[in-house]
Write a protein that binds this ligand. Structure first.
Ligand SMILES: Nc1ncnc2c1ncn2[C@@H]1O[C@H](COP(=O)(O)OP(=O)(O)OP(=O)(O)O)[C@@H](O)[C@H]1O
Ligand SMILES: [Mg+2]
Length: 357
């Protein structure tokens, strides 16, 4: 008797495993669920029926069969309903993905329902939102770049036409033509640098560098301009460990910050450069007593082509300096940020990893 029970149990297990394997081959989720429901009802009942029949010659097989058939029908129906609802959600996700790849960046998938499917919908929507953000940023970038490239080109064209028409002497326009050409070249150079940052193509050769002499030499380069603008240039260089960085790039960042600080500091103001150790990093800060930063400026000044409304107009920069600075600092493992000073003016700082021993 025990042997028979064991044989029935083993046979049930083997059939169950084989059937599960076969179920996985069914082509749709709906069919797999219906098959699973059928299996879950029929297999235990068949085992019970078989052992009852063999062991006790029961006469109730018809009743048991009827119960089995009824519960199997209910289970299959439930499986089909569940499968249909899952398949419908997957269908909606698929059509959202089709719309997205067809260029409709506002397409979103439903993010309700069973937890796994809702999570999948949310993950899809996050991906779609960041794609949309990326495309918006790209569109704005192209619009801003073409606007800024158009201005010097229009100005060069106008000057050349004036010379051609005999309205001006060539010598008169040599210097402004040079200026505009330089502006154009600087802009193209900045755009190229940004493209390299985006492509992750900045292969810096990082080495241990003492930042004090580097900061000192940058400050010296600005002394004449600061004197001409009647701005005091201060340095506070605390003893700091060497930084692991590419010195030419750090110099470029610092020149950018100093140019900004001088540009925004009125006569009689002060620009200070501070070098200090910070945990396992080295921090460089450029402070000024100038216009200061609005909350919007603090948030957006590292965005490409962003500049304060007051900073637009002739002689203003393109709004790329800080975006490039951020790319350069981050690609050397550092961080850059800005904050308003309590007593007015701006403070922009960046950190670089200390060189270690
Ligand atoms: N020290 C500062 N004080 C006040 N505002 C600042 C300061 N530094 C930057 N900003 C604001 O952030 C904007 C972006 O600076 P960023 O250096 O990126 O561009 P830019 O100086 O305008 O042009 P570019 O550097 O390309 O010549 C500036 O236009 C200005 O509005
Ligand atoms: Mg700048």
């Amino acid at each position: 008797m025990i042997a028979l029970a064991l044989a029935v149990a083993a046979a049930t297990l083997a059939i169950g495993l084989a059937a599960t394997f076969l179920l996985r081959m069914l082509p749709t989720v709906r069919l797999q669920l219906a098959g699973l429901a059928l299996l879950a009802v029929v297999l235990p009942l068949a085992a019970v029926l078989l052992s009852g029949w063999v062991m006790f010659h029961m006469g109730d097989d018809v009743k048991i069969l009827a119960v089995a058939a009824a519960s199997a029908c209910v289970a299959v129906a439930a499986g089909l309903v569940l499968g249909t609802s899952i398949a419908r959600r997957i269908d909606r996700l698929r059509s959202a993905s089709g719309a997205l790849s067809g260029g409709d960046l506002t397409a979103r998938a439903p993010d309700t329902g069973p937890r796994e499917l809702a999570d999948l919908g949310r993950a899809f929507n996050e991906m779609a939102a960041s794609l949309e953000g990326l495309f918006d940023a790209r569109r704005e970038l192209v619009a801003a770049a073409s606007h800024d490239l158009r201005t010097p080109v229009a100005s060069i064209t106008a000057m050349l036409e004036a010379i051609e028409d005999g309205l001006a002497e060539p010598e008169e326009y040599v210097a402004p033509l040079h200026d505009q050409a330089r502006r154009l070249a600087a802009l193209v150079e900045d755009l190229f640098e940004l493209a390299r940052i985006d492509a992750g193509a900045l292969a810096h050769e990082l080495r241990a560098v003492s930042l004090a002499p580097l900061v000192e030499s940058c400050i010296r380069g600005f002394e004449a301009e600061a004197r001409a603008r009647n701005v005091r240039l201060e340095r506070r260089l605390e003893p700091a460990p060497e930084a692991r960085c590419a010195p030419e790039e750090v110099e470029r960042v610092l020149l950018n910050l100093l140019t900004n600080a001088l540009r925004h500091t009125p006569s009689d103001g002060t620009v200070a450069v501070i070098l200090a150790p910070a945990d396992d990093q080295v921090r460089v800060t450029v402070e000024d007593t100038g216009d200061g930063l609005t909350p919007e400026a603090t948030r957006r000044m590292f965005d490409r082509f962003w500049r304060d409304d007051a900073a637009r107009g002739d002689g203003a920069g393109a709004g790329l300096g800080l975006a490039i600075a951020r790319g350069l600092v981050e690609s050397q493992g550092g961080r850059i940020w800005a904050e308003p000073r309590e007593s007015g003016g701006a403070r922009v700082s960046f950190t670089l990893p200390a060189a270690g021993e």
